[in-house]
Design a protein around this ligand. Structure first.
Ligand code: FPP
Length: 255
């Protein structure tokens, strides 16, 4: 059953009036680097944190839409291991956002059958952040709809180093042989062990790099970039990304 693109249709000219999404060809897992909050705020003479706050509202809209479309997993890069270098005021604000988001939005997530998950070094997060996120994870643990996966204090290189250490320990303790180490064994030690790899990566704000995000997992993903800053991203851009994704040919190295 084709899905119409109501948001894109409202926004654009007549060329796209007949575009449709094929439900069968939707990506199962979409990962997003939500970039440009600071520049968005600066361009309006506002403090950077105002951009993050507006960015949080966009998260709500995109989560809602991804869930309605029947996407399985949405992974959002909310805080990287490098983001600790930012001014304390900004870090403190970013660390409060998950709590603020969940305080207002958890009932809707539960109603929509969304399961909250995280990837990243959870232990290093402030207590109030951990508490709010853990509560959301616990209360949604049995939900079977969209997996809303926040990358919080996440860094891909660190994730891989930790995986290597765990595999080495298993060899050292005689649990596995070196010959048993393969892609699947390595993948099983990543934060994303239980998740299918992303089919589509979206990055906003015009930057075209991965910034230490899911370096292993994105090996065969399709990339979609837009110049739009994250606070200006909306359902119509999401629809366009999904539409473009459906028209890519994924060959995984074959022909
Ligand atoms: C990058 O933009 C964005 C971040 C480091 C934070 C992203 C966080 C949100 C969008 C809100 C998250 C919401 C929840 C619910 C956790 P930037 O600040 O680097 O922008 P710039 O490149 O323009 O400076």
């Amino acid at each position: 059953m084709p899905i119409k693109l109501p948001f894109l249709k409202n926004k654009s000219n007549t060329n796209i009036q007949n575009l449709r999404l094929d439900k069968e060809l939707l990506p199962c897992h979409v990962a997003i680097i939500m970039d440009g909050n600071g520049r968005w705020a600066k361009s309006r003479g506002m403090p950077r944190i105002a951009g993050h706050k507006e960015g949080m509202n966009v998260v709500k809209r995109i989560v809602r839409y991804a869930s309605d479309l029947g996407i399985d997993i949405l992974t959002l890069y909310a805080f990287s291991t490098e983001n600790w270098k930012r001014p304390k005021k900004e870090v403190d604000f970013l660390m409060k956002l998950p709590m603020e988001f969940l305080n207002t939005y958890l009932p809707e997530l539960i109603e929509k059958n969304v399961r909250v998950e995280t990837i990243g070094d959870f232990d290093r997060l402030p207590e109030h952040t951990k508490k709010a996120v853990q509560e959301a994870k616990d209360r949604t643990a049995d939900n079977t709809g969209l997996i809303l996966n926040f990358a919080l204090n996440y860094g891909s290189r660190n994730e891989m180093i930790e995986a290597v250490k765990q595999v080495a320990k298993q060899v050292q303790e005689g649990e596995i042989n070196i010959q048993d180490i393969d892609e699947s064994c390595f993948t099983d030690h990543l934060f994303t062990a239980d998740l299918k790899e992303p089919d589509l990566l979206i990055r906003t704000s015009g930057e075209q790099r991965l910034s230490n995000f899911l370096l292993w997992q994105l090996a065969y993903s399709e990339f979609w970039f837009t110049d739009v800053f994250w606070p200006d991203f909306d359902e119509s851009y999401f629809e366009k990304a999904l539409y473009d994704y459906q028209n890519r040919k994924r060959r995984y190295g074959g022909i």
